[in-house]
Design a protein. Sequence first.
Length: 180
Amino acid sequence: MSTPSDLAPGGLELIRRFVNTAELPDGPDELRSLETARAWCLSHGLAPVKNEEHLALLGAFREALRALLFANNGAGDPHDAWAALGPFLASTRLSLAVNSDRGLELRPEDKGPIASLLAMVYESQLLGTWQRLRACRKPTCRFAYYDRTKNASRAWCSMASCGNQAKAQRRRQREKQLPA
Ligand SMILES: [Zn+2]
């Protein structure tokens, strides 16, 4: 569950919600079928998933984004994570367009979910907000949240669940390493 302090600014919130359409390790998955994925896309202003193949691609794209957010948390390899995003560009059409309020922007040529989300990743990199969108450092959790701490130091989706568990685990490991 997200708290209001987890919410990301502007379009970045859509990416956070998209990554959290599956709650790991075995929570509900809003992209589990064509029907649920179409409903999710429509309720978030995106074109609906076309077919099973597109659904599988969208699921893989979600995990590629999650790997990037995990890397934003210092927990994964950012080079590998960016490289893994490359193939998804082939399935999209994005072009530069003039927005008379904001100048140049990257615009998806349709409202396809992958193109729309990629445009938002690009925009948030320009705005400097991208690095703060993170996936929880606990590998089995990796829930997406926006880090609003002053020094961008938040590592866990929730201190009460993941943070304290990690601390207790580190303590147990340290105790094991102590000489008897
Ligand atoms: Zn977590």
